[in-house]
Design a protein around this ligand. Structure first.
Ligand SMILES: Cc1ncc(COP(=O)(O)O)c(C=O)c1O
Length: 316
């Protein structure tokens, strides 16, 4: 949108991989030449984009491999990722406690010749150090007492669910959060230092352990379904995606209990059935390397008790 290009949304399949048949039909319906296609390895689970790559090469479309959910740094690439795209983008800040840092990578160096970046100012660097320090002191999930979950759910379910204000907003310009100037700024030195000093092995091991703990727990929990029950070897999961049957009221209750969950509420409006469905039904649960065993246990118990409870008025 910043380049004033037209944006078209293509359909995804239930496993969040591109629906190539639908993509082919979509491309046939677009009059202007399509320049680029973005494909994502959601939640860090590598997808085989070899067919998609051939598809793009045949049509002279630049494939941008979105590794934003992947453990992908200047010196490390999770298996099965970063090898398809003409360009690769990643967001190390999602895996490490740094303040910023987006990576743009291409296997063909000359493609970056025209990309000019400017270093951060000393004030920005200092601010980054301050934020990293604050984060290291305050990054704690505040968990309550397991024994109080029942009581809190009792009082939550006695009150009506306050519905969110759901509306579609049309925009012809990028979001106000987008900064053209930041797009050209190099990542902070302290961000790169944090990534370089962190142990990739520990990061991956802890995330995998936490993911497996969720997997094992949800087999006993009703009203939900795992999206990826198989965690391939050498995969560092970004989060644990879980499909819930009744977001209303379960999402509302979980939020009010303080479970740190995310959803793609702000999904762009499209005709993709999966996107429409996952927007409210797919929870992203944390499997971050710094989670303690007690924190996970509290979250699992809160999820279990919440999804087992039905509202007094029944589900809508
Ligand atoms: C799938 C996906 N791609 C790209 C991005 C953007 O990454 P960044 O926050 O580094 O701009 C996000 C952000 O959450 C994302 O979820």
């Amino acid at each position: 949108m910043a380049l004033e290009a037209e944006v078209h949304l293509y359909r995804l399949q239930a496993d969040l991989s591109p629906d190539l048949d639908a993509l082919e039909k979509l491309l046939a319906s677009i009059e202007k030449p399509v320049k680029a296609l973005l494909a994502t390895h959601y939640f860090g689970i590598a997808k085989d984009f070899s067919r998609l790559k051939a598809f793009c090469v045949n049509r002279e479309i630049t494939l941008i491999e979105d590794c934003s959910h992947v453990l992908f740094t200047e010196h490390f690439r999770a298996a099965g990722t970063g090898s398809y795209g003409h360009f690769v983008v990643s967001s190390p800040y999602k895996f490490f406690a740094c303040d910023d840092g987006g990576l743009l990578y291409t296997p063909e160096d000359h493609l970056l010749d025209r990309v000019k970046t400017v270093p951060a100012t000393p004030v920005e660097e200092l601010r980054g150090i301050k934020h990293a320090w604050e984060r290291s002191r305050s990054a704690r999930i505040m968990i309550g007492d397991i024994s109080s979950i029942d009581l809190r759910l009792e009082s939550l379910s006695a009150c009506p669910v306050v519905p969110g204000n759901d509306e579609i907003e049309e925009r012809s310009a990028p979001s106000a959060l987008f900064s053209g100037a930041l797009a050209h700024r190099e990542s902070l030195r302290c961000s790169r230092l944090i990534v370089d000093q962190s142990s990739i092995t520990d990061n991956m091991r802890r995330r995998r352990e936490n993911y497996h703990r969720w997997l094992e727990a949800v087999t006993r929990i009703s009203n939900c379904q795992t999206l990826f029950s198989d965690l391939p070897e050498h995969t560092a999961p970004y989060m644990f995606p879980l499909y819930i049957a009744h977001p209303d009221p379960h999402f509302y209750w979980l939020k009010h209990l303080g479970v740190p969950i995310w959803r793609w509420d702000e999904m762009a409006d499209s005709n993709c059935r999966i996107s429409q469905d996952y927007r409210l039904h797919l929870l992203h649960l944390p499997c971050h390397q710094a989670l303690t065993s007690n924190q996970l246990e509290w979250m699992i118990t809160a999820l279990d008790k919440t999804l087992n409870r039905s509202s007094a008025k029944g589900f809508q």
